[in-house]
Ligand binder design. Structure first.
Ligand code: GLY
Length: 387
């Protein structure tokens, strides 16, 4: 693709950037061991919250990545304190009336089990996987995103849920019980059938008829308007299908991956970091969503592991260009300016056409920080994924 000609990040730059991330995580432990950073910063600083939001796992995931790279116990002990909080959260059902069990438990508890064999973490992650199953609707064949499962107006899925499915695949792997994977496969089949449009852009969310389970209509809640493509939604799609391919080896996911990735690439500005909605490009004064670029870089690196050499090189090369741009133009370099890692993310932007609340616009996002660290980690070694 002609316009993708950014410089590729070099190995030593990756190492240095990862080191800077580790130091930022270390600085943050004092505030965020018994608390968690909120989803997005305010003036580039995160405020502490309890473990009661859908995003808290991204912080624990950063601590695990710092532990993996450094092997320093300070990170392990802090992450294990957080694992206790995740166990309590699922046992006591604190703020779990939604589908984000994968975002929460893959990066905190599956990671803890894989890295240090923590049995409480395994138990917590399996409880979270069981909880996720309770949100599956047999009629519509999808996992409901938000709110009470008995409320007909909530009868819909969102593309983000593709990142919650790895928890289910993992649960089947560790228990041998196929029920988890079966639901994951049904959910992704329904999702791809309805959220992917003819031009391979995506809806954020798709509604079904609660009585019949029949498809109703798509909407793009967090995007600019219903028929635009929300940059992070497209990113969740790209990374989500890549991970589902790893677990299922369903060739259809590679095909979809190629097509939704090409749509995404065709909308990028010259620095390869999208505006918050792919409707906007070079020349726009709309804010970026740096987290979308970090998520996509991880997705490209994930999929590249399963492709033939030439195509793998293509996607790896793209990911290296995206990471280079993130380092050059978006990474926090002066720590007195921010306690985050990646600037210029967008959580939720109000537009004339959507119903979003307006917050976390042109700020750090805790998942942007996490995926940036994950992309750097992936570029340093053959990473055993937490997903
Ligand atoms: N999963 C919600 C978001 O990406 O903002």
């Amino acid at each position: 693709m002609e316009k993708i000609n950014y410089k590729m990040v070099k190995e030593e730059e990756v190492e240095l950037a990862l080191q800077r991330c580790i130091e930022q995580v270390r600085r943050n432990l004092e505030t965020f061991t018994y608390h968690f950073p909120f989803a997005s910063s305010v003036n580039n600083f995160y405020e502490p919250i309890e473990n009661n939001y859908w995003t808290t796992g991204f912080w624990t995931g950063q601590i695990w990545l710092a532990y993996e790279a450094s092997k320093e116990n300070i990170f392990k002990y802090a992450a294990l304190i957080q694992v206790e909080s995740f166990l309590k959260r699922i046992q006591e059902q604190i703020a779990v009336d939604h589908h984000d069990m994968g975002f929460l438990y893959s990066l905190s508890c599956v990671a803890a089990y894989k890295l240090v064999g923590d049995e409480n973490a395994k138990m917590a992650a399996l409880l979270a996987a069981d909880h996720l199953l309770t949100r599956f609707h047999e009629k519509g064949e999808f996992i409901q995103a938000w709110g009470s499962v008995n409320e007909p107006t909530n009868y819909r899925l969102i593309i983000d849920c593709l990142l919650n499915l790895p928890l289910l695949y993992w649960a089947t792997d560790v228990t041998g019980d196929k029920k988890y994977e079966k639901i994951a496969r049904k959910h992704i089949t329904t999702s791809l059938k309805y959220v992917v449009r003819e031009d391979y852009s995506t809806y954020h969310t798709f509604y079904f008829d609660p009585v019949t389970g029949e498809p109703s209509h798509g909407e793009t809640c967090q995007g600019y308007r219903n028929d635009s493509a929300w940059a992070r939604g497209q990113a969740w799609g790209i990374y989500g299908v890549a991970i589902s391919y790893r677990y299922t080896k369903n060739e259809f996911y590679i095909d979809i991956f190629r097509k939704i990735t090409e749509f995404y690439l065709s909308k990028l500005p010259t620095d390869l970091v999208p505006f918050w909605d792919l409707e906007f490009t070079d020349g726009s004064d709309e804010p970026r969503d740096s987290s979308s670029a970090a998520i996509v870089a991880c997705g490209l690196l994930e999929m590249a592991e399963f492709l033939l050499a030439e195509e793998a090189k293509y996607y790896t090369g793209l990911a290296k260009q995206m990471v280079q741009s993130l380092i050059e133009n978006y990474e926090v370099k002066d720590h007195s300016m921010s306690n985050g890692i990646l600037l210029h993310g967008t959580y939720s932007k109000k537009s004339p056409y959507n119903t979003c609340n307006h917050y976390g616009v042109d700020e750090c996002t805790i998942w942007g920080d996490y995926f940036f660290m994950e992309a750097l980690t992936r570029l340093t070694k053959d990473w055993d994924s937490y997903w």
